[in-house]
Design a protein. Structure first.
Length: 256
């Protein structure tokens, strides 16, 4: 079985001691491709270096993470644009969006950065990976008027309502399902039961949000199988079908 982890930050400092081993472990577990969303200029070089070294297995994106949107966000956007212009390494724009959980100080700047980067994706015909923490309504309000039928992408770390899931899929975007699905106290399983598997992709968000039984520890792409197994249980379909369909969905999103 082949899996794709559509969201992992294994270029981050949390993996400095064993990054190569973590990648090889994921490949051994059937995770043949891993999507690496960008954060900001403090990590772009590490992301690019690792992606170039393992181009067969890694799919890097470029963008500015909403929690990195500060007063200098326009400078950060210029840096991201420069990386995009320098070659064909990247496969999409992400992770972008709005985060109102940690800090609401730069809400207006987050809005501007998000819309700007969505427009980049439209100009390049690239997919988008969207971060919405305590901000689904705010993101949807900005996205819905400008989204076009040909745009593809993922609402990363989806944990919302069935109504929100329907709004996302109506725009032609996928739901990124990760370790939260395995948590004991979550309503996500009830929602996902009612969502067609063709709208779902798998993700870990490594090093964050490790699935049970590793909750609270560093997450890894090799744990994608645990998420897939829980999804198979929730949907009551074979694991092989989960692997095949979510892999197909991810390949379509990133046009690979």
């Amino acid at each position: 079985m082949e899996f794709i982890d559509t969201h992992a930050h294994i270029y981050a400092t949390e993996f400095d001691a064993d990054r190569e081993e973590v990648l090889q472990k994921a490949i051994y577990e059937g995770v043949n491709k891993i999507v690496l969303p960008a954060i900001d200029s403090s990590t772009h070089s590490a992301q690019v270096e690792f992606s170039e070294k393992h181009s067969k297995h890694l799919i890097p994106l470029m963008g500015l993470h909403p929690t990195s949107v500060k007063n200098n966000y326009k400078e950060e956007l210029q840096i991201a644009e420069k990386y995009i212009s320098q070659g064909s390494l990247f496969h999409g724009i992400g992770e972008i969006g709005i985060d109102l959980y940690w800090d609401k100080t730069h809400f207006k700047e987050q809005q501007d950065a998000f819309v700007t980067q969505v427009k980049w994706a439209q100009e390049l015909n690239w997919p988008i990976v969207i971060h919405t923490r305590d901000s689904f309504d705010e993101v949807y309000k900005l996205l819905e008027p400008i989204v076009t039928p040909d745009i593809s992408g993922i609402f990363h770390c989806f944990g919302g309502t069935l109504e929100q899931a329907k709004l996302i899929t109506a725009m032609g975007l996928k739901l990124g399902i990760g370790g939260v699905l395995t948590f004991k106290n979550t309503n996500l399983r009830d929602v996902i039961q009612q969502v067609d598997i063709n709208h779902i992709v798998l993700e870990t968000d490594s090093p964050y949000l490790a699935p049970v039984p590793f909750r609270g520890k560093r997450n890894e792409s090799s744990y994608i199988r645990l998420i897939a197994e829980k999804l198979a249980e929730v949907k009551q379909i074979p694991l092989e079908q989960i692997a095949a369909t979510t892999t197909k969905n991810a390949l379509e999103v990133f046009n690979i």
